[in-house]
Design a protein around this ligand. Structure first.
Ligand SMILES: [Zn+2]
Length: 399
C-alpha cells in the first residue's frame, strides 16, 4: 500500500473515532472498536494520538456494577473554542462555544450603522478580542462561522445580496481575512439554521427542511444528509415562490411572492389595520388569542392558510422527512401545527413530520458554532445536545 493511501485511511479512521466520541459523550476504547468496526490496535493508536494532541481526555468511571472500572474517553471540550456570529440587521450576535457545542458566552451587539466597511471593522475588532480572551486554552479560538441574512456564493463565500443592508457583491470573507488569521467561514443564515436543527435536534433526519418566518421567509434544506445549496449557493429562497400570479408587487421584481402573505409582519400589519391599533407585537396577539378574540383568531387562521399554500408546494418538490417551522408567531398559537397539517390535504405530497423549532432565533448562531466544531475536528457529521441558554449580554453600537 502506498503512503498516500495509508495516511488517507488513517485520517478517515481518526475522523470516525472523533465523531463517535462526540456522539456518545463518554465511550470506552472497547466500545469504540465495536461501534466503528475498527480493530482494537487501530483504536488504541488513534486514541493515543488524540490524547497527546489534547483533543480528548480520559475519565475513570466512579461507579460500575461489575468488573474493572473502564476508562472512558470524551472530547476535551475546553481544548479550543469556536465563534458563531449571526450578522442580522442592526444587530450582531456572537456566541462562543466549547467543543461540546455548549455556549460559554453570548453577546448581542446593537448596530447604529449599515455601512459595510464599518461593520467589517466592528467584527474584526470583536474577533480579535475573543482570540485574546480565549488564548489560554490549548488551541484558543479556532475559527469563526458567520451567518449572513442574504445570498452567499458557495465558491468564494462572498455575499451576493443582503436585502436589508442593501449590500451587493461584498467579499466579506476576504475583507475579514486580511486581518484575521484564524479560518473563517461564511454561510447563509437559513442554511445554518437547517444544519442546527439536524445537529442539535433531529439527528436521524437526512431530509430536513426548515422554514423561517421572520420579516421575510427563509429556508434551509438538508437533502440526503447534506446541506443543499444549489449551483451558486442561492437555493432555498422559498419566500419568493409565487403563490398569487397577480398578487402584490415584491422587491424581487415579481408579484405575489409567498413572503408577502406569510411572513410574520404581514399578519401584524393586517391586524393593525383591522383593529385600528399601532405597533402590535407578538405578545399582544398572544393576549388576544388567550382572550379568545374572534377577529384575531380568524386572521390567524387565514395566515395559516397562506403558510400552507407555500408548504404544499415545498412538500411536493422535496418530499421532506422533517419540516421544522421556525416562527415566534406559530409558537403562540397552540393549534397552529395541527391546523397546518389539516390544510395540507394534497393526496400527492407526502412528508414525515411537521414540527415547530425549539431553537428559535438562536438557530443561526447555534448552526454556526456547530459548523465551526465540525470544521475544526474534521468530522463528517456531528450530533450535539441542545445547550442550556446562556445569559446574553447586550452591547450598544460601537459607532
Ligand atoms: Zn419576491
Amino acid at each position: 500500500m502506498v503512503t498516500g493511501d495509508s495516511s488517507y485511511i488513517k485520517k478517515i479512521n481518526r475522523s470516525l473515532i472523533v465523531q463517535k466520541i462526540i456522539e456518545y459523550g463518554l465511550i470506552s476504547r472497547a466500545d469504540l472498536s465495536k461501534i466503528t468496526g475498527l480493530n482494537k490496535a487501530t483504536v488504541s493508536v488513534q486514541v493515543a494520538d488524540l490524547l497527546q494532541e489534547e483533543l480528548i481526555c480520559e475519565t475513570q468511571l466512579e461507579q460500575y456494577s461489575i468488573g474493572r472500572r473502564p476508562i472512558m474517553l470524551s472530547i476535551n471540550k475546553d481544548a479550543g473554542y469556536v465563534l458563531g456570529i449571526d450578522l442580522d440587521y442592526k444587530s450582531i450576535t456572537y456566541t462562543i462555544s466549547n467543543l461540546n457545542g455548549n455556549a460559554v458566552f453570548e453577546t448581542e451587539q446593537k448596530l447604529d450603522t449599515d455601512d459595510y466597511d464599518t461593520i467589517v471593522q466592528i467584527i474584526i475588532k470583536k474577533i480579535k478580542e475573543y482570540q485574546l480572551e480565549f488564548s489560554d486554552s490549548p488551541y484558543g479560538l479556532v475559527n469563526a462561522v458567520i451567518g449572513i441574512h442574504g445570498t452567499v456564493n458557495k465558491l468564494d463565500e462572498s455575499i451576493r445580496f443582503n436585502p436589508r443592508y442593501k449590500w451587493i457583491q461584498k467579499n466579506i470573507k476576504e475583507d475579514l481575512q486580511k486581518e484575521i488569521r484564524i479560518p473563517l467561514f461564511i454561510e447563509n443564515n437559513a442554511n445554518l439554521s437547517a444544519y442546527a436543527e439536524k445537529v442539535y435536534k433531529h439527528h436521524l433526519s437526512n431530509n430536513l427542511l426548515t422554514v423561517i418566518l421572520t420579516s421575510g421567509i427563509g429556508s434551509g434544506m438538508i437533502i440526503d444528509g447534506d446541506l443543499h445549496k444549489g449551483y451558486h449557493g442561492y437555493s432555498g429562497e422559498m419566500g419568493h415562490m409565487i403563490i398569487y400570479p397577480d398578487g402584490e408587487a415584491c422587491r424581487c421584481g415579481n408579484h405575489g411572492c409567498w413572503e408577502l402573505y406569510a411572513s410574520e409582519p404581514k399578519l401584524l400589519r393586517k391586524l393593525e389595520d383591522e383593529l385600528q391599533l399601532t405597533n402590535l407585537t407578538i405578545a399582544d396577539i398572544q393576549t388576544f388569542l388567550e382572550d379568545g378574540h374572534v377577529i384575531v383568531k380568524s386572521y390567524f387562521d387565514q395566515y395559516l392558510r397562506y403558510i400552507s399554500i407555500g408548504l404544499n408546494n415545498i412538500i411536493n418538490l422535496y418530499n421532506p422527512e422533517t419540516i421544522v417551522m421556525n416562527s415566534q408567531l406559530l409558537k403562540i398559537y397552540p393549534e397552529a401545527v395541527e391546523k397546518l397539517k389539516g390544510l395540507l390535504i394534497s393526496s400527492v405530497g407526502e412528508y414525515g413530520e411537521l414540527v415547530l423549532s425549539d431553537l428559535g432565533n438562536r438557530s443561526c448562531v447555534l448552526g454556526a458554532c456547530a459548523l465551526g466544531i465540525q470544521h475544526f475536528l474534521d468530522v463528517q457529521e456531528i450530533r450535539l445536545t441542545l445547550p442550556e441558554r446562556t445569559e446574553t449580554h447586550t452591547e450598544k453600537s460601537p459607532v
